[in-house]
Design a protein around this ligand. Sequence first.
Ligand code: GLP
Length: 240
Amino acid sequence: MNVIITENYEEMSKKAAEILIGIVKSNPNAILGLATGSSPIGTYKNMIKDHKENGTSYKNVKTVNLDEYVGLTKDHDQSYAYFMRTNLFDYIDIDQNNTNLPCGSAPDTQKECDRYNALLETMKQDVQVLGLGSNGHIGFNEPNTPFESVTHLVDLTENTIKDNSRLFASIDEVPRQALSMGIKNIMQAKSILMVVSGKNKAEAVKGMVKGEVTPALPASVLQLHPYVTIVCDKDAASLL
Ligand code: GLP
């Protein structure tokens, strides 16, 4: 694991964006695995800025996102589809037909998981961006998700519902389920780029980098991947 420690969130975001922009420049047909949450927002802002100032093009880039809440349509302002449009896709020259997320409002969730798994088999990510849950989750793969898992329906833990409630009007509005790429889908990526900031992630960062590789801390599986870069601010790295 290559761990890059930055002074703060802003510096973390710049560094992570540089890495992603480098990948797109060297391969204009890159497949980017993308993530939501507050961690990558700054990274996406820097990518938008670079697109405007330097013209880095996403015309031939394809994307696959990690996860989506169950029950929200793609136009719901808390859906991850909406998040991706308003934090990145609407501000770069990507063809939105080349962007993919699991559909949270699909009537048959198992069928939707099967569709997404089949898609991922044809779209091996050149890089998969990840955030980190305070309980060590990646995507929505909560503790004790098998490492062999593929896209599946997840019952969110109380911890995650509480963490994510800050973005909703009240905790009752947070969906209780999500569709998430499994750990196997994440590990198929050619490289992994994690962005993580804040003291509340420090325990999970320590376990991920230095702890035992165990499904109890899903992110620890990244120790088994050959090309992982973790860009974290010094608060998140404080227990390393
Ligand atoms: C959410 C998302 C994850 C994200 C994580 C951390 O539940 N499903 O993909 O990485 O939790 O979120 P944040 O970056 O807002 O702390």
